[in-house]
Structure formats: C-alpha cells, structure tokens
Design a protein around this ligand. Structure first.
Ligand code: AMP
Length: 210
C-alpha cells in the first residue's frame, strides 16, 4: 500500500506512521528525517536546508522532490511505503503524480493549532535514530534517554514556540490545500486526532483498513 500522512507539524504523523509501518511491514519515509540526517552528515544539501528548517520555512520543492525520487527508487519501497511530511505543497504532489506513483490513500490527522503548540513544546527527539517522544504523552522508559538506541533526547530547534507559529502558518498556507487536491481524487480520509495517542492509532488503523 502507498500511503500519505498529512497533518500539521506536531499532529502526530510520525507516531502513526511508525504504527502503520509495523502493521503493514512497509517503510516510513520522512523527508524531515532525511534532511536532518543530511545535516548531521554535513552534506551540501543538508547545509542548504538548514536555514529554511531552522526558521520554520519549507525547503525548496526541487530539493525535496529530488530526495523523494531517490528514496522511492530503493528496493524496500517496492511493496509500498508511508510518506510522512511529503508532499507539503501542490507542486510536490504534482511531481509525485508525474513520477507515475499511484497513491492508494491519504490520511489527514487533524489537530487544533492550540493543541499542537502545546504538544510540540513538549516533544523530545533522539538525534541519533530520529525516534520521537513527549514529556507528557509518550515518555521514554528512562527520562531523557532514547528507548531504541540509548542516546540523549533533545528538543528540536524548530520546536521552539516562535518557529512553531511560523511552521503552522506555512502549513495552513502551503500544505492544507493538499486536502482538497486529494479529496478531489477520492483518496482523502480525515482522522480527528484524539487526546490519547492509542485512540488516534485505532482511528488511523481503521482508516488504513477501510
Ligand atoms: P518535519 O520533521 O516533517 O516536521 O520537517 C522538518 C522541516 O524539514 C520542515 O519544517 C521543513 O523545513 C523541512 N521539510 C521536511 N519535509 C519537507 C517537504 N516535503 N517540503 C519542504 N520542506 C520540508
């Protein structure tokens, strides 16, 4: 199955993507994680992306389209994949269509902006493996330590309040129009994000199975 997860930054796409990935045994492809990896390795692409990312802006379409094209050509994508954080603009969605990739379903996780601002400020991530936690909703077994690889958890620079406001603005302006784009193709299912992650997961899996 080829799935897209839509939703504002901090709506919980990453967490839901992980669950679906295990459930269907297909990889999650997060452009945000790929860009952060490139930044960590000091590649030219990573360096170029840094200023956009740090200020809450979108990285230019041609850069992320190139990233996705390379990633989807890899063997582990042959049985399907989950796109988390791509596409984020109409030109990105059009590029996916032009690549001949037929998406089966688009699941949009809806969460109010105020809830997002609260959630994102409590988010902590593992700089080594990209796993995501929350100080209230998804705590690691040992505080401040990644369950998966044992590295020390950090707050993402772009999760600071001012940057989050900018990211939400960018989301409403550039990414939200994708809902109409995929609704017009009859592919969109909206999942209302719940207070409890497990409840959102139940609704998301039902949408995947529908
Ligand atoms: P994320 O981890 O998905 O929230 O992405 C973090 C940041 O990476 C975003 O705020 C953008 O600066 C950049 N980014 C990730 N995916 C995309 C995309 N599809 N288009 C443009 N920029 C992206």
């Amino acid at each position: 199955m080829k799935l897209i997860l839509l939703g504002a930054p901090g709506a919980g796409k990453g967490t839901q993507a992980e669950v679906i990935s295990q459930h269907l045994n297909i990889p999650t492809i997060s452009t945000g994680n790929i860009i952060r990896e490139a930044l960590k390795s000091g590649t030219e692409m990573g360096m170029k992306a840094k200023e956009y990312m740090d200020s809450g802006k979108l990285v230019p379409d041609d850069v992320v389209i190139g990233i996705i094209k390379d990633r989807l050509a890899q063997d582990d994508c042959s049985n399907g994949f989950i796109l988390d954080g791509f596409p984020r603009t109409i030109p990105q969605a059009e590029a996916l269509d032009r690549m001949g990739i037929v998406i089966d379903k688009v699941i949009d996780i809806e969460v109010a902006d105020e809830t997002i601002a609260r959630r994102v400020s409590g988010r902590r991530v593992c700089p080594a493996c990209g796993a995501s936690y929350h100080v209230d909703y998804k705590r690691p077994a040992v505080e401040g330590v990644c369950d998966k690889c044992g590295d020390t958890l950090v707050q993402r620079k772009d999760d600071h309040p001012d940057t989050v406001r900018e990211r939400l603005h960018v989301y409403h302006e550039q990414t939200e129009p994708l809902k109409s784009y995929y609704a017009a193709q009859g592919k969109l299912t909206i999942v209302e994000g719940q207070e409890e992650v497990a409840d959102t997961t139940r609704l998301t899996l039902a949408a995947v199975e529908a």
